[in-house]
Write a protein that binds this ligand. Structure first.
Ligand code: GLY
Length: 439
């Protein structure tokens, strides 16, 4: 037998004992963190990734298939005799990869395309929130330019105009006056700045207050909440500059840890799961609730249908229990049956990005210092946008590396993460210097 071969266990109990073979879809820092934590899960025997990255390649074989091609993913999973596919980004979900895997009898962590619509359409997400009776702001959705302009009259400034579909994080406009708001509507509906993603707009009430993200691992009916993390979305210090995918994160958030958010299970997650199930589209996978802590209490801003990036890179280092069991239970059983435990330490991750990100940036820049940065216990460098060229590690994306540290508290973890980040170099590297500066 070769290194990838095995004798297939005859039943589920035996599979859990022998250890499952897990295929991770995606190739960013979130997927490297998922692979890294799954690799240390007692229930997991082997990690594969598609397309993966140099960090994931150190954990197991990488498969050069498009993670958003359902037929190619099913074929790859069958060929590698995979027991569980874990979907990282939203694109494969929306493309129906989980539906195709389920039809082929392969367990997959993530929602069906119909349930993932909760991230793919902001109007659909709002409708579900309202049907579920979950707290959120008012909204109107329309494809008609004049109706959208009229809708603005029923809201107060600042006006929020969103492209309905996935617009690479660029579809949201916060407008100080009516002129700006009308321009934002016209950019989407008339000038089609976001293509089909902007064929419908959502005009919604502005929610004032700090933003928080709460992740729930769902099995269609019930939910296990993960320790919330704080993300930093702006490119530069003091929350200045353009929005990015996230430039750093820390966990836990003082005063907002798992026990503090427990009531969200009954006010948000379970009602939303019931609503989706009643529509025939039960949600299994990771439901990411974006909340605003308003003066009237937490209100839902948005949902995502997958783990956050880079929040995952600080949540998973604190998870003391078996991630593989939890994700498998979400895909095939009941999450309430899985024991979930957290370490006391805090975690901080600092994103090292290519100069110019989130705008244009160069790639192919040699990276040094990664091995030196990640040598101590509780220090890990997750690969986000890297590649191997001519045997050298080089930059290959906007967010390049996530330097992640555990410490006795957030301040100690922060010091360790920044000390480690100092050892890593590539031309044009940019990073924020105020991640987790909460002391
Ligand atoms: N860090 C924000 C997100 O994953 O959407």
């Amino acid at each position: 037998m070769g290194p990838g071969d095995r004798v297939r266990p005859s039943n589920e109990a035996e599979a859990a004992h022998v250890g499952r073979r897990v295929l991770i879809l995606g190739g960013g820092g979130r997927e490297h963190a998922l692979g890294w934590r799954l690799a240390s899960s007692p229930s997991v025997a082997a990690i594969w990734s598609a397309p993966g990255n140099p960090g994931l390649a150190a954990l197991g074989p990488t498969i050069p298939v498009d993670p958003s091609d359902p037929a190619a993913v099913v074929a790859a999973a069958e060929q590698a005799d995979i027991d569980l596919v874990v979907v990282g980004p939203e694109a494969p979900l929306v493309a129906g990869v989980v539906d195709a895997l389920s039809a082929a009898g392969i367990a997959a962590f993530g929602p069906s395309a119909a349930a993932a619509h909760i991230e793919g359409s902001k109007a659909f997400a709002k409708r579900i929130m309202v049907e579920a009776g979950a707290p959120t702001g008012g909204y109107e959705a329309t494809e008609d330019r004049d109706a959208a302009h009229e809708a603005l009259e029923r809201f107060a400034p600042p006006y929020v105009v969103k492209a309905d579909g996935l617009a690479a994080g660029k579809g949201v406009s916060i407008c100080l006056d009516l002129r700006e708001a009308r321009e934002a509507i016209d950019a989407a509906l008339v000038h089609r700045r976001f293509g089909d993603a902007g064929a419908r707009v959502v005009v919604e009430e502005y929610l004032d207050g700090p933003e928080r993200s709460v992740f729930g691992v769902c099995d269609g009916e019930d939910v296990v909440l993960l320790s919330p993390a704080q993300d930093y979305k702006r490119a530069h210090d003091r929350d200045e500059g353009p929005n990015t995918g996230g430039m750093g994160a820390f966990c836990p958030v003082p005063g907002f840890d798992v026990d503090d958010v427990d009531d969200l299970r009954t006010t948000v997650f379970r009602p939303v799961l019931r609503t989706l199930a009643a529509r025939g589209t039960p949600f299994r996978g990771l439901l990411y609730a974006g909340l605003v802590l308003t003066a009237d209490g937490p209100k839902l801003l948005e949902f995502n249908a997958r783990f956050g990036d880079p929040e995952t890179q600080v949540i998973l280092p604190r998870l003391a229990s078996d991630l593989g069991e939890l994700l498998h239970a979400s895909a095939t059983g009941s999450v309430a049956d899985v024991e979930v435990a957290w370490r006391d330490e805090a975690a901080v991750t600092v994103v090292l990005a290519s100069g110019g990100y989130p705008g244009g940036y160069a790639t192919g820049r040699p990276i040094t210092g990664v091995d030196e940065a990640g040598v101590a216990a509780g220090l890990d460098v997750f690969h986000a946008g890297t590649a191997i060229e001519d045997g050298r590690l080089v930059t290959a994306g906007g967010r390049v590396l996530n330097v992640t540290a555990l410490g006795r508290d957030v301040a100690a973890a922060r010091d360790r993460a920044y000390d480690a980040a100092e050892r890593i170099h590539f031309e044009g590297m940019q990073r924020r210097s105020d991640i987790a500066a909460i002391r």
